[in-house]
Design a protein around this ligand. Sequence first.
Ligand SMILES: Nc1ncnc2c1ncn2[C@@H]1O[C@H](COP(=O)(O)OP(=O)(O)OP(=O)(O)O)[C@@H](O)[C@H]1O
Length: 270
Amino acid sequence: MDLSDYPLELPEGDRPMVRFMNVTKRYGTLTVLDRLDLDVAEGEMVTVIGPSGSGKTTVLRMLMTLETINGGVIYVDGKPLTHMEKGGKLVPANERYLRKARSSIGMCFQHFNLFPHMTALQNCMEGPVQVLGMSKSEARARSEELLEMVGMIDKKDQHPSRLSGGQQQRVAIARALAMRPKVMLFDEVTSALDPEVIGEVTNVIRQLVAEHNLTMLMVTHQMGFARDISDRICFFYQGKIEEEGPPEQLFETPQKERTQQFLSAVKDAG
Ligand SMILES: Nc1ncnc2c1ncn2[C@@H]1O[C@H](COP(=O)(O)OP(=O)(O)OP(=O)(O)O)[C@@H](O)[C@H]1O
């Protein structure tokens, strides 16, 4: 497909919050995403599972527009994310366009990446003030509300080094939400945590799913958690969706042999 074959905007009535359309990502000769089509509806929670190296994190990285894709187009809220319109057709987006587009995507990583010299509250206020141009008082009110929601308001004046991993991750979630993203991405947010604090982070995400109509895309190795909270599970294999479906269906009656093998391997391991 040529870039001129892709719509400048998705039509009314067929506008998922996220659409990967025929997306290919290569590193040298290695094809990591292979003509991927993936939709996430508004308010939907989709979890990507699959073997190591199957391209799960790459999906999130492409949505963060951290790197260019080699083929296809990603749309967010009906508008191209990776591309922009020029003279009536799509061209790869420039840095200015990407900077703006990125603010619609919130991301939480395995390593929380909080600013070490700032308190929890300052970490949350930074984006709204610096990127969105919000007044300090408005940013503070919004940040305090979110810190309250993740159970961290008591620690708002602490620096990250004084917080546990689970607490830092909760601040990182509040910080991402403070930007009012259209889509939230969670990449292995519990895998660097001690077992006893995993629950406090999964509970925050569970609460987000239950009470807020957020669109979320998550990568996790915690199958039980994925099964609990996802609307849909996508099983990735070699940069493609091998099988997808509601959690009960995918975990209980997987249709493809590769899905069955993967699920029995993780079951044996865990
Ligand atoms: N910057 C890069 N340069 C070269 N190869 C890369 C780069 N980033 C990722 N890859 C390769 O792309 C493939 C997919 O990586 P990705 O991180 O998306 O896998 P994953 O499914 O998330 O794996 P894991 O479960 O181990 O995190 C891997 O083979 C990886 O080595």
